[in-house]
Ligand binder design. Sequence first.
Ligand SMILES: C[S@@+](CC[C@H](N)C(=O)[O-])C[C@H]1O[C@@H](n2cnc3c(N)ncnc32)[C@H](O)[C@@H]1O
Length: 127
Amino acid sequence: MRLRGILGGKGNPSNLDPLSILIGVGRRAEALRARRTKDKRFTNARSRLKRANFPLKVNVGCGNEPFKDWINLDLSPEARADILWDVTDGLPFPDDSCAFIYSDTFWSISQSKKACGSLQNAVDPCN
Ligand SMILES: C[S@@+](CC[C@H](N)C(=O)[O-])C[C@H]1O[C@@H](n2cnc3c(N)ncnc32)[C@H](O)[C@@H]1O
């Protein structure tokens, strides 16, 4: 059963060739690596938040223009971000924890569609 899952086939014996096995194992390894990276980013984000003032002020896609006393977030390791994060994965903050979410020259349509729900949840409507 497990082998079938790795191979991605439906139990067809023709899928049992070495190349299919290698491709299946490679995909699994890649997915595991991606999940570990996300988990590590999430842990780092949580630890950074312990030193933050709530409600948060968040600058999404800060690039090299971080704001003082804000949580600056960016996808790129080259950016001067406090938190390395891809907002299409949502936000690493609790609901209603943000007073402001700001973004300058960041959004593409596909990214905004993916990210908007979690940005909305993170903003406290009372702030
Ligand atoms: C054009 S730069 C703008 C930088 C800065 N806000 C400014 O106005 O100078 C866009 C930034 O958004 C970041 N970015 C793009 N997609 C992102 C994503 N999905 N999550 C977080 N940051 C992202 C890029 O890495 C880049 O630093």
